[in-house]
Design a protein around this ligand. Structure first.
Ligand code: BGC
Length: 535
């Protein structure tokens, strides 16, 4: 057996976690931007869907230069989204409804409007204020590092000093060698844990420490801001010093009851290396970017699953599975065209070949059904349960992703997967807001609105049925063994057989059909479909 059933049935070991991108979930204030009261209104729909927890992307005070991942006050709620009282109400309501609440923590960098950075740039070189960040004072670029959003990773201030930012220039990197920085973040953890949050999704935990002296990236021409598996770790990624930070954080979380958990968005490969972040005294889980980047190809999915169980079982951590988030093209569009590695490609513009939306949705439904039968934790991104496609013809004038601006439009950025959700057809934004939505919705959102998806074979009902079966059959903490079926990927979890047909001909299947991604109940599995069968 590739993976044995686990006794642990904690939510962070076997549950389904739903990512909410607050500015696009539901707007209660009518300003066209989603907010916390809107999330409270929408929680019953998530209970109805059948998820176990929600992860909220940042809602803290922020100039919103990077969708809130540029935080200017970590212990606050930006007025855009509401108040701290709204947040407390949200946590209480979620807990009443049986939902756990995870929030996003962005420790690698702050906003350039954070008081720490404002104090740093108004303090002299060498001051303790400056030591919160990475400043350099040479004439030319301090090193060859580049930003993940394009352009150099350094910006020069009017006083001639440079500061480091692996992302946008509005997101200066913190200096995690500084014990004061570490102390501040332990206070921030406790601030939210005391308010009852059940856990954190931690942004870029593999970036926080940098190699001594900030030496050049040894192969920046080949890897840009990234890395190449098997090659040496670039000086801005994967530094050993980060693990002390997380061991300390884990101790803090473990001192709270009920149990709290943290998930690292650690883009580290191979997974045997990523497993260092989820050792029993560090993160509880991490995002599985190998599975996401496998982009639904038979061989890559097969090897991603084998690699996941081998890596994460070795440290007694749950495997996690994810096909969508707020940074990648939605899978209902991605699977309808060749857009490259999900985490490296961002967005589809009207100048690109448009996705085959029918094939894309068929494969997306099948891929999700396959994923939800895997033991471990599955992450869903808001709107995928409605079969929402990427907005692939968004007007450039509406874009807000810093990537678009830093690359002069060469990379269109991630706005296309962040479009406000359609709830019903009650107003111009399909029930999202009484005002104009901050991003326009594509026409198809009218038809895909949540209220319209009552038919048994709608995507919403498919997700609901799969989540209900998953829970009833205890698949989240089940086992895994491959089934050898030519042209297909098949596995057994408990007494359920799961098969996806990657071939271009129907496959005859035997067993009782529990659920089929296309709604068929016949004993033929069509190409690009997934079926769960009981023995
Ligand atoms: C987040 C992105 C963000 C980046 C910088 C990523 O992990 O998911 O949305 O732009 O970190 O914070």
């Amino acid at each position: 057996m590739i993976h044995k059933p686990t006794a642990g049935n904690q939510w962070w070991r076997s549950g389904v976690i739903y990512q909410i991108y607050p500015r696009s979930f539901l707007d209660a204030s009518g300003d066209g931007i989603g907010d916390l009261p809107g999330i409270i209104k929408g929680l019953p729909a998530l209970v109805d869907l059948g998820v176990d927890a929600v992860w909220l992307s940042p809602f803290y005070q922020s100039p919103q230069k990077d969708g809130g991942y540029d935080v200017s006050d970590y212990c606050s709620v930006d007025a855009l989204f509401g108040t701290l009282a709204d947040f407390d109400h949200l946590v209480a309501e979620a807990h009443n409804l049986g939902l756990k609440v995870m929030i996003d923590l962005v420790p690698n960098h702050t906003s350039d409007q954070h008081p720490w950075f404002q104090r740093a740039i108004s303090s002299p070189p060498g001051s303790k204020e400056r030591d919160f960040y990475h400043f350099r004072y040479e004439e030319d670029l301090p090193n060859n590092w580049v930003s993940l959003f394009g352009g150099p990773a350094w910006t020069k201030l009017t006083d001639g000093s440079w500061y480091l930012h692996l992302f946008d220039s509005s997101q200066p990197d913190l200096n995690w060698n500084n014990p004061e920085v570490r102390k501040e973040f332990e206070k921030i953890l406790r601030f939210w844990l005391d308010r009852g949050v059940d856990g954190f999704r931690v942004d870029q935990p593999h970036a926080m420490a940098k190699a001594e002296g900030l030496p050049d990236h040894p192969y920046v021409e080949e890897a840009g801001a990234g890395f190449i598996e098997g090659r040496e770790s670039p000086p801005m990624w994967f530094q050993e010093e980060v693990h002390d930070i997380f061991r300390r954080w884990r101790k803090i979380l473990d001192s709270y009851s009920p149990e709290r958990a943290m998930c690292g968005e650690a883009y580290v490969l191979p997974l045997s290396f990523m497993a260092k972040w989820v050792r029993p005294d560090e993160f509880h889980q991490t995002f599985n970017f190998r599975f996401l980047d496998a982009d639904w190809s038979l061989e890559r999915i097969r090897s991603a699953i084998n690699e996941s169980f081998a890596a994460f079982d070795a440290v007694s951590a749950p495997s996690t599975w994810v096909l969508n988030n707020h940074d990648v093209i939605r899978h209902a569009s991605r699977f309808g065209g060749g857009y490259g590695r999900p985490t490296a490609s961002d967005g589809i513009s009207s100048k690109d070949p448009q996705p085959d939306s029918q094939l894309g949705l068929q494969k997306a439904r099948a891929a999700t059904l396959f994923m939800l039968a895997l033991p471990g934790v599955s992450y869903l991104y808001q709107g995928e349960e409605l079969g929402l496609p990427e907005h692939s013809t968004l007007e450039d004038s509406r874009r807000q992703d810093p990537t678009f601006f830093r690359t002069g439009g060469k990379r269109v950025g991630r706005d296309g997967c962040r479009v406000p959700l359609p709830w019903d057809n009650s107003n111009g934004s399909n029930g999202f807001s009484d005002g104009d939505p901050w991003l326009p919705q594509p026409e198809i959102f009218k038809e895909l609105a949540r209220a319209n998806q009552t038919a048994p074979n709608s995507t919403l009902q498919l997700y609901k049925k799969a989540l209900k079966l998953r829970k009833e059959l205890s698949l989240g903490n089940g086992g895994f063994d491959w089934l050898e079926i030519p042209g297909a990927l098949g596995f057994q979890n408990r007494n359920v057989k799961v098969v996806h047909n990657f071939s271009d001909a129907p496959i005859s299947i035997d067993g009782t059909v529990l659920i089929n991604s296309s709604g068929n109940a016949t004993d033929l599995l069509e190409p690009n479909d997934t079926v769960w069968l009981s023995d």
